[in-house]
Design a protein around this ligand. Structure first.
Ligand code: ZN
Length: 300
């Protein structure tokens, strides 16, 4: 992955916050889909899960007002994004926004509403409840925001779960979470009734978010900044391989095995490694968002 050095990445919707409370281990954050295993409950979650069924968990426990830091102040160009993971995050968000602002109206007639990516350290208060650093990336539908403690990638995804890593892992994760935002806008989240099991609505929702991540990955090199300058210089085979490895790493069966327990499909919330890789690939090859309709297929 290389960004176009000339791209303007000064805009967008990525902020870093401090002091918004949270502190406690997940506090009241309602988390679906902890598949247990010996891996210590919290990490499992992590990636990529969403909180669907709780309209508002309340954000009690705040220890003070949230402040925005200057973490992204130096991120102005694609050149900066090539040198810094923080700036790369900004560039990816801009690309996701640009991609879906175009594709969503074209294919569904709906306009893209803004989402935000908020990074935090330690803890954060959200409309879905408080989250601590233990919680990996997640999307909160009530405040339409993606939350991310960036230590997750090294400590959990590579460290505890044994993923291979690489610079395209985070774009995949962000694209998956952005996919949940798209699902929120399309009302798909409201269709989720069953939370666990190999053909549950939860698994269908998660695999669809992987499919949407694949769609963006294919279209990303065509996205541009506000002046029409391309954001990416290249996304290559190695990047796709990294995304697929990340999808594999967060498969429910793999997490269960990694945790030292037997594979139990009845506890699945996100789908197996094979399914996650396959739906990402389906999205990558899709010509229409309808090909990501995981709710309409018997072949999950
Ligand atoms: Zn998810």
């Amino acid at each position: 992955m290389r960004f176009n050095p000339k791209a303007d990445i000064s805009g967008g919707h990525v902020t870093d916050v401090r002091g918004g409370g949270g502190g406690g281990r997940m506090g009241s954050l309602p988390i679906g889909g902890i598949t247990g295993g010996g891996i210590g409950t919290t990490i499992v979650v992590i990636i990529i899960f969403i909180i669907t069924q709780y309209a508002s968990g309340g954000s009690g426990g705040s220890s003070g007002p949230e402040e925005t830091t200057d973490r992204y102040e130096q991120c102005l160009s694609g050149e900066d994004a090539n040198k810094s993971a923080d700036c790369a995050r900004k560039a990816v968000e801009l690309s996701l926004e640009g991609y879906w602002a175009k594709v969503l109206p074209q294919q569904t007639g709906k306009q893209l509403q803004p989402t935000q990516i908020k990074t935090f350290t330690g803890g954060v208060s959200t409309s879905c409840g408080d989250a601590s650093a233990d919680v990996g990336p997640f999307y909160c539908p009530t405040d339409q925001t993606i939350y991310l403690d960036t230590t997750f990638f090294e400590e959990v995804l590579e460290g505890q779960l044994g993923g291979k890593g690489g610079d395209f892992v985070e774009p995949y994760v962000l694209a998956h979470e952005f996919g949940h935002h798209i699902q929120n806008l399309l009302g798909t989240m409201g269709r989720v009734r069953t939370q666990q099991g190999p053909t549950s609505d939860s698994v269908r929702l998660e695999l669809q978010a992987d499919c949407y991540a694949g769609m963006w990955t294919r279209g990303a090199t065509g996205t541009t900044d506000s002046k029409g300058v391309k954001i990416f210089a290249s996304i290559d085979e190695a990047d796709i391989t990294e995304a697929l490895d990340a999808a594999k790493t967060v498969g429910d069966d793999r997490i269960q095995k990694q945790g030292g327990t037997d594979v139990n499909k009845e506890q699945w919330t996100h789908g197996s490694s094979e399914q996650r890789m396959r739906w990402f690939t389906t999205g990558y090859n899709a010509t229409s968002i309808e090909q990501c309709d995981t709710f309409a297929t018997d072949n999950l």
